[in-house]
Structures are given as C-alpha cells and as structure tokens.
Design a protein around this ligand. Structure first.
Ligand code: ATP
Ligand code: MG
Length: 425
C-alpha cells in the first residue's frame, strides 16, 4: 500500500518552493536592515521548557504538543513555537553578557497537534523576531514597524493590526478579580473549557473561540480598564510611536493572546481572503519569561508570522511572486564522441556560473531540443560529428529561432557574454 505523508503536513515541491525561497529572501533582507541576527535552535526540546515557557493552561501545552519519550526515557517535545527555545538559548549561551538589546530572528517548522483545516496544519512554518533586554516602548513600536514593513513589501492589502495591553502582573491581579466576579453569575453558561479557566486563568476566557462565551464577555471588564500608571504610560507611548510610523491599528481590548507569559503589549495581524484562519501574525511582550526559565530578569518582545497563511493571503490577493529564472544553456549532442565533449563543455560552463543542462536520457536530437524548451533553456549548443570535425559548435537562440556557428575555442567567452548582456545572435 502507498504510504502517504502524515495528516497536517505538506510537501513543498519544485514549482512551489520558489515562493518559499522568495519569502525567505525577503525575511533575511528586512531583518538585516533592522539589525536582527538569525538564531537556529533545535527542533525538539525538553518538554518542561514549553510547560514552563508557554504555560500549563494554554491550548498549546494542554492539547497540541507532540510529546514522546526518547530511548533514554526523557520527555521530548517537537517545538510548537519559537520564543521559549530562544529564551532558553539566550540564557544557556549567556547572550545577556553581550551588548543589549539582543535582536534575533528565526525561521523554521513548528509542530502542533491540531484539528487540521485550511490554514491550520500540524507542521507549519513561522518567521519570528525577538528582542531581549529592552523595556522601552520604542522597541514595541520597532517590532510592529518591522512586521508592518515586511507585510507592505509583500504587497498585502486589507491588513488589520490589532493591539492591546494586558498589563503587568500587578494590574492583571486586579483585573483577574474583577473578571472573576463578573463571570461568577454567568458561569453555568460558559463552555466547559472556560468553566475550568475561570479558576486557573480567567483572562483566557476573553480569547475563547466559542460564540456563546464571546457573547457573554461583551461587557466584561478589560485589562485596559485596570492598567497601573506604569503600564498606562507604556501603552500610550506605544500608540504614539505607531502613529509616527503611519501604522493604522485598531485597539482590541479582547485581544489577550494564547500564551501565559504575555505582559503589556499584545498584537495580532489579520488578513482578508484566507478564510476562518485569518490571523497571520501574533506577538507581544513577555517580560517575565526569561526569569521563568531560570535566567536573569530580562524584558522581551517579539512576534511570529505563519508563512503558510502569508502565502495563502498573497495567492488570494493575486500577488504574483516573481521568479527571476536565470538564463540557462542546454548542451545537445549527437553521437558518442560529441557526448563526451559535451559533458566537458557543460562542466566548464557550470564552473563559470552558467546554468547548463545536458541530456541524461539518451534522447534523439529532436527530443533534446524539446527538453531544452521544457527546462526553459534559452540557448542550445548543438554538437555532432560534423561540428566536432570542423571545430565549431552551433549556438541556437530558442527565443528568436536564430542560430550561429562559433569556433569551439571561443565558445565559453561567447556564452559568458550573451549570458550577461542578453546579446541577441
Ligand atoms: P490561532 O488562533 O490561529 O490558533 P495562535 O494564536 O495559536 O493562532 P500563534 O501561536 O500566535 O498562533 O502563532 C503565530 C502565527 O502562526 C499565527 O498567527 C498563524 O499565522 C500561525 N499559526 C499558528 N498555528 C498554526 C497552524 N496550526 N497552522 C498554520 N499556521 C499556524
Ligand atoms: Mg492556535
């Protein structure tokens, strides 16, 4: 029986991979411009890292982790997100001893055991950034600015940036009590998940996807109502900087994000045209996290973008991704001797950075021309017994349908010239 790929995973095959390369290039470029450096952490970590770093009451930890015992009986989890690993790496590699802030970006697969549907997979890819070591609201704005800039450069339209402040542990405690009091009378009507959240983490009820719970919390007290003076000042400053950057945003007091460690600024970006899973990015400030996993007290902020959802949004908005195919050359041969000379010739071309194809299937000359067409080679070098004897090679321009005889000794230089200047024969 045919073995299929696991549910919720995808093969990215030629024809699609070019889009990923394009996105990855854009990501590296913008991160460099904003002064972020790449970090790569393991795809699996000790389970405890996520239990502590993401939080025991989150959907990720409760329902979505790929956790298993390895042969040494250690509990291992495939990373469901990037932030916890990066904070671990920050502590483990003592990055805090370097010049602050530490500005990092990452790119790679994440794993969550989810109900799969369009835009929701079990292996998906995130690009994210993290800034460690700054409390200043200027950095909240820089992070959102980078995100906005990235999405604008891709040409995406109709995006909505939602922001909120969930406050610090002091104002959250005040809010928690008010919210619990408000929800106590409505407890029986909440979904079973939210009934258990009421004790453990009532804030998350504001984030419930259940329509009934959403209706019940319309009038609920929000974290913005209870911000302490410090958090209030931070919140106003972030908005001020965002306005300076011409980023239009919506204040969404119900935005609390799934992860336990968020503090103060939380944000999300929604895109049109990609169906129910419209969130393309989530982020926020996590000032308590590094300490939580055993490091020095360090403020942090970051976001993660879902790359499958970005590509879906680009596709639905009919944004073409330009694949700048380089000119390539096909070496077409007739006869054994010519094949050997052609083999060497193709290698010489590749040594000079020219993309060269050769027939590997024993095709006739006519089929080699068709093959050249299919692989998109603009130039075909035709080499048979007769050409060998005369010491020449025929160079055919497939686009113009012209051809020309070139002395074998001059060929490389000739090709190098047409390759760079699109010289027409
Ligand atoms: P959602 O509410 O859609 O479950 P989330 O809050 O769980 O999203 P985050 O953990 O903040 O998502 O991850 C950031 C981004 O990663 C999301 O905005 C989304 O674009 C993407 N993402 C999250 N889960 C998946 C998934 N299972 N498949 C594809 N993309 C995902
Ligand atoms: Mg989720």
């Amino acid at each position: 029986m045919l073995i299929k790929r696991p549910k919720g995973t995808q093969d990215i095959i030629p024809g699609t991979i070019e889009k990923w390369h394009f996105l990855e290039e854009q990501i590296r470029k913008i991160c460099q411009e904003y002064g972020y450096q790449e970090i790569r952490t393991p795809v699996f970590e000790a389970t405890e890292l996520f239990q502590r770093g993401v939080g025991e009451t989150t959907d990720i930890v409760n329902k979505e982790m790929y956790t298993f015992l390895d042969k040494g009986q250690r509990s291992i989890t495939l990373r469901p997100e990037g932030t916890a690993s990066i904070c671990r790496a920050y502590v483990e590699n003592k990055l805090y001893a370097q010049t602050l802030p530490v500005k990092l970006y990452y790119l790679g697969p994440m794993f969550r055991y989810e109900n799969t549907q369009a835009g929701r997979y079990r292996q998906f890819h995130q690009f994210g950034i993290e800034v460690l070591g700054v409390e200043n609201p200027l950095v909240d704005a820089e992070v959102i600015q980078l995100l906005w800039d990235f999405l604008q450069r891709l040409g995406l339209q109709g995006l909505e940036v939602h922001i909120n402040s969930v406050g610090c542990s002091h104002c959250r405690a005040v809010h928690r009590e008010k919210l619990q009091t408000f929800l106590e009378d409505r407890k029986d009507k909440l979904c079973s998940d939210c009934q258990s959240r009421l004790e453990r983490n009532p804030l998350r009820i504001l984030d419930c996807k259940n329509k009934n719970c959403q209706a019940l919390t319309v009038e609920a007290p929000t974290t913005l109502d209870t911000l302490c003076p410090d958090c209030q000042e931070h919140w106003e400053s972030v908005q001020h900087y965002l306005k300076m950057g011409d980023i239009s945003f919506k204040i969404n007091p119900k935005l609390v994000r799934g992860l336990d460690y968020y503090q103060k600024t939380a944000f999300e970006v929604m895109a049109k045209g990609i169906g129910a899973q419209s969130a393309i990015c989530g982020g926020g400030r996590y000032d308590g996290l590094v300490e939580e996993i055993g490091g020095p007290s360090t403020p942090g902020i970051g976001f993660a973008v879902g790359l499958e959802r970005i590509l879906a949004a680009m596709q639905s908005q009919k944004i073409e991704i330009e694949c700048t195919d380089k000119t390539s050359v096909m070496v077409a041969v007739l006869g054994d001797k010519a094949r050997q000379v052609g083999f060497q010739l193709a290698n010489q071309l590749r040594q000079r950075g020219i993309i060269a194809f050769m027939d590997l299937m024993g095709r006739s000359l006519k089929s080699q021309m068709k093959y050249a067409d299919r692989v998109g080679s603009r130039y075909v070098l035709i080499l048979g017994e007769e050409e060998l004897e005369k010491g020449i090679i025929i160079v055919r321009d497939m686009k113009l349908g012209d051809q020309k005889e070139i002395a074998k000794a001059d060929l490389i230089e000739f090709i190098q010239n047409i390759d760079s200047s699109e010289f027409e024969i």
